[in-house]
Design a protein around this ligand. Structure first.
Ligand code: ZN
Length: 439
């Protein structure tokens, strides 16, 4: 039996493969879960006469966006505490609420809300860090989004686990339960240098090696974090992690706001991936990740939203635009982080950071068909001179119309195909009503 063939016909196609340019009047052909061909409209109809055709009109087809850092379940805490500093926000708002409320079901419902939000915004991959990894795994499988699920450790007791050993054993149980699932990748995820001991870091480093998975950790988010580490350990967090053997091409280092020149050179040399979260860093007043300097040094820099409690919009179009504008603003150099670079940071480069560069991140024959159709039809998106720049500086997630993940259509004309949106909202409202009543 041959796999089902679908032709997607759109005005523009942006492959995002190295050196590629916008293709006009091209079709993308999906066979089964992969991309079978990219060719002019007429040739597609000729070569695949029996295929179903989706006529998309004034749309641009792009690879699914990859959100390289989030805490999906925290959508349940969206707007719970705004306009406060990071440590106050964590100690007095987020951690007490999580301690009280986090459960398997709470995590699942929040993760499902985030998965739905992601797909409606053109995001086909969520790199998550949170407790109850089975809940994220289920939310991803139920919604059809891809996810990096975390074997997460924070070295203090929560409603999920009492100590590092329990976090790791629970993470491993989840990994064993779901390891064959095609939509899921796994990461070894120590929360941060200020919440994880040397012993635990070493254990998680060895675990990543053994399972051949990426690592995912918040590093150098605030000046306070760096200063405290110098007081406590006599060195900056990056130096400590380097001594522990954690800084290599497996590491996705999140935030990385406060970096010196020597650190940037070391990151480049050792192949560490940096996950820039421009909106979360601005909102929590942490500072700005020096993306221009990282780029110049050759560090693979990618984008994430962070959780919805710190960046209330889980919107990768917003991160892409912020990355392009913020770098220009702080360097007074309008050529830095071009539209193309910003898009790469959410696609091809992010796939590489996840260790999935062979399968994801660009529209190329043989890769998995994670495809997003963005409509440039709307009045506010006209006229179109350069579709690539239009995606960054003009269009938003509200212009995403259709999404395919692994060849399967998960968003059709802005409606999710696998998730009952009304039912999700009902469950969220019930949970939040309970939380508000007991605050
Ligand atoms: Zn985070």
């Amino acid at each position: 039996m041959t796999a089902q063939t679908t032709i997607l016909k759109a005005r523009w196609l942006l492959p995002m493969s190295p050196g590629s340019q916008v293709l006009n009047d091209h079709a993308l052909v999906i066979q089964g879960e992969r991309i079978a061909a990219i060719l002019p409209w007429a040739a597609a109809a000729q070569q695949f006469p029996d295929a179903a055709t989706v006529e998309l009109g004034e749309h641009v087809l792009i690879p699914g966006l990859i959100n390289a850092h989030t805490h999906s379940a925290m959508s349940l805490l969206r707007g719970v505490a705004d306009d406060v500093p990071l440590m106050d926000w964590l100690n007095n708002h987020i951690w007490p609420l999580e301690k009280k409320w986090v459960s398997e079901d709470w995590t699942y419902q929040g993760s499902l809300l985030s998965a739905a939000e992601a797909l409606r915004g053109g995001v086909t991959y969520l790199n998550d860090m949170y407790f109850f990894p089975t809940a994220m795994a289920r939310a991803a499988l139920d919604s059809g989004v891809r996810a990096g699920v975390s074997i997460n450790v924070i070295d203090f007791p929560t409603g999920y686990a009492a100590n590092a050993a329990e976090y790791i054993s629970k993470g491993l149980e989840a990994y064993e339960q779901y390891k064959g699932e095609k939509l899921l990748d796994w990461t070894s995820a120590p929360h941060a240098p200020y919440t994880v001991s040397d012993e635990t870091f070493v254990q998680l480093r060895d675990l990543a090696l053994k399972l051949d998975i990426q690592m995912h950790c918040h590093i150098h988010e605030t000046q306070f974090e760096v200063d405290e580490s110098v007081k406590q350990h006599g060195m900056r967090p990056l130096e400590r992690l380097n001594k522990l053997g954690l800084l290599n091409e497996r590491m996705m280092a999140v935030h990385m706001v406060h970096l010196n020149e020597a650190e940037i050179a070391m990151l480049a040399k050792q192949g560490v991936h940096v996950v820039h979260n421009p909106n979360s860093n601005m909102k929590l007043a942490s500072g700005v990740c020096p993306v221009t300097a990282l780029e110049a040094a050759g560090v693979n820099t990618v984008l994430g939203t962070d959780g919805a409690a710190s960046n209330n919009r889980q919107d990768m179009f917003g991160e892409i635009r912020a990355a392009a504008l913020l770098a220009k603003g702080v360097t007074q150099n309008s050529t830095t982080v071009s539209a193309r670079t910003a898009l790469e940071m959410a696609t091809i480069r992010a796939a590489k950071a996840m260790g999935r560069g062979d399968d994801l991140g660009s529209l190329e024959v043989g890769k998995l068909a994670d495809v997003v159709a963005v409509s440039l039809d709307a009045l506010e998106c006209r006229p179109v001179y350069n579709p690539e720049a239009q995606l960054v500086y003009v269009a938003g997630r509200e212009h995403v119309s259709d999404v395919w993940v692994g060849g399967k259509q998960v968003l059709k004309n802005r409606v999710l195909t696998q998730v009952d949106q009304a039912a999700v909202l009902d469950r969220i409202e019930a949970i939040v009503a309970q939380m508000k009543a007991q605050r």
